[in-house]
Design a protein around this ligand. Structure first.
Ligand SMILES: Cc1cc2nc3c(=O)[nH]c(=O)nc-3n(C[C@H](O)[C@H](O)[C@H](O)COP(=O)(O)O)c2cc1C
Length: 236
């Protein structure tokens, strides 16, 4: 048998196994009556930790380069097939305010519906929101972009980067929630955040280092439905 690679630290396997099992979805929601209350729980130390976590996310495996012409001509020009847009607490509150304005001023009923959803409670409760996009290849003639092999691998690699972020946050005792994003995937919100419409939202990751007052926590709906390993893995 070939020797295994050198371990960074002899205790690391125990630690990573524990962190993987410890990670869980925690949807933090601030109560309706306290949406406006400016909260100041986010510190420079949190910002520094988040930066380390974001940098670590990039160590996910990836197999294909993002298309050069479509995705690599701007300032975010990495070959990795994902992009992360980080909104720390005050930016989350600005986005919350923007959604409120849209719900009052924009005649499209989707904004009023969005304001009725839980998104405002989550934006008010979080420490940071990370909008994660994946970078679809430009479609060939007659191609359905979502289902090319390349694009599947772009999504897979981007999901691995998200999981790195979730695990790094779990290791620090932060709350996390990977949401599909709902209205946060709308092109109007992409424009507001200056995200190219050629990118596709993979998830809106809500993170919080502390539980603020008037915030409740809801688990992920499928948390207990995984079943035993025998229900999804077979040793051949
Ligand atoms: C791609 C993806 C999108 C998700 N989107 C949502 C969502 O929109 N709403 C939600 O309640 N949970 C969402 N979740 C979280 C799942 O509900 C959660 O992972 C699941 O219930 C298992 O719970 P656990 O993460 O605590 O193990 C999403 C998870 C993934 C991987």
């Amino acid at each position: 048998m070939l020797p295994t690679g050198k371990r960074p630290n002899p205790d690391d396997s125990d630690t990573i196994d524990r962190i993987i099992r410890h990670r869980r979805t925690s949807k933090l929601m601030k109560s309706q009556n306290h949406l406006e209350a400016a909260s100041g729980s986010w510190t420079q130390e949190h910002a520094a930790q988040l930066r380390t976590m974001i940098e670590g996310a990039a160590w996910a495996p990836f197999h294909r380069r993002a298309d050069e012409k479509t995705h690599r001509s701007g300032k975010l020009n990495s070959v990795v097939p994902w992009r992360f847009y980080i909104l720390e607490q005050s930016a989350c509150h600005s986005l919350l305010n923007h959604l409120k304005i849209l719900s009052e001023d924009d005649p499209d009923p989707k904004w009023a519906r969005a304001w009725q959803s839980k998104i405002k409670n989550m934006l008010a409760a979080c420490g940071a929101l990370v909008q994660v996009t994946w970078l679809p290849d430009p479609p060939d003639e007659g191609d359905t972009p979502q289902f090319t092999r390349n694009n599947i691998e772009h999504v897979a690699a981007s999901a691995a980067a998200v999981q790195n972020l979730l695990l790094a946050s779990a290791a620090r005792g932060w709350y996390s929630y990977w949401s599909s994003g709902g209205i946060l995937g709308d092109e109007v919100i992409f424009d507001y955040l200056n995200i190219s419409r050629h990118q596709a939202l993979l998830g809106s990751v809500f993170l919080a280092p502390v539980l603020e007052d008037e915030v409740t926590v809801v688990d992920g709906g499928l948390r207990d439905q995984r079943g035993a390993v025998e229900a999804w893995a077979r040793w051949q």
